[in-house]
Write a protein that binds this ligand. Structure first.
Ligand code: SF4
Length: 273
């Protein structure tokens, strides 16, 4: 079924493949429902509040007024007021909120959606700076640097940001950065700057991962189940895989920001000849 299909790959899809190939196959190629059961109410409330926060920030950068008194949820209102008072300084340039970028990689596509992308010029050289709003638990700089969101987004801009510029100029990796801003640590934004050396290594690893998925796609059959049974505790397919012995089922979204990943669930197009 999955042979000769062009893949649209995002951060959450790549990380799903790395966690468990079978989960990738079931979720994205066979499109089995995920999650199968409704989320606990607390998780649903938290995720919905996160979505609404991102919408408020988007409205702000679109130039629309956000009236705090009109925000009924006290937690959401608190986040918004925190953002208003402590938002990170932005470089001078063009602000593009909720921008989607898709670039080719081999026969497939990489896909990402940035909370806010700033494009401009500094000392005659074009730059790109992503800002990402986080409502979850803050991570260390090292964790963020190794996160697939960081790696994918920076690489995508190095390879494809010229499509976003009217003059079509390429961006040097050294002029690309991402800042993570957390509602719970508003005065401590984490900024990570890309580099040419990092991009060479990063792009090679992303390309190898995509090639691995493509090779697996060509083989058919049941893809490999993870050896790490703890992953099955928070997986919708544990019964299907007969992995009930993995231990008590965990909430599928308790620590899962991928629900806010603004992912595209569709994956497949007919393969190119
Ligand atoms: S239950 Fe385990 S083996 Fe099956 S898809 Fe989920 S993570 Fe993979």
């Amino acid at each position: 079924m999955s042979k000769n299909l062009r893949l649209l790959l995002s951060r959450s899809k790549l990380t799903t493949f790395l966690v468990c190939q079978r989960r990738f196959q079931l979720r994205y190629l066979e499109q089995r429902p995920w999650p199968e059961a409704p989320l606990p109410e607390t998780d649903e409330t938290r995720l919905e509040r996160g979505r609404q926060f991102h919408q408020l920030v988007q409205r702000h950068f679109l130039g629309l007024k956000v009236e705090p008194a009109a925000i009924a949820d006290p937690g959401l209102r608190r986040w918004w007021l925190t953002f208003v008072q402590h938002q990170p300084g932005l470089p001078h340039g063009r602000a593009l909120p909720e921008l989607t970028l898709t670039i080719p990689i081999g026969a497939h596509l990489l896909h990402g959606r940035f909370d806010l992308l700033m494009l401009g010029e500094k000392e005659g050289a074009p730059f790109a700076h992503i800002f990402d709003w986080k409502t979850g638990k803050p991570q260390t700089d090292m964790t963020l640097r190794n996160d697939w969101q960081t790696r994918l987004y920076l690489a995508m801009l190095a390879e494809g940001a010229q499509a976003l510029r009217a003059d079509g100029r390429h961006l040097l990796p050294d002029h690309i950065a991402i800042t993570y801003w957390y509602t719970s640590e508003p005065d401590m934004p984490h900024t990570i700057t890309y580099s040419q050396a990092w991009h060479q290594q990063n792009w090679a690893e992303i390309s190898a991962l995509v090639a691995h998925i493509e090779a697996r796609q060509g083989q058919g059959g049941i893809w490999a189940l993870t050896d790490d049974w703890s992953q099955c505790q928070a997986c919708a397919y544990r019964v299907l895989c007969e992995r009930q012995g993995a231990g008590p089922a965990l909430s599928l979204a308790a620590d899962d920001e991928s629900a806010l990943d603004k992912d595209v669930e569709f994956l497949l197009e007919p393969g190119l000849p």
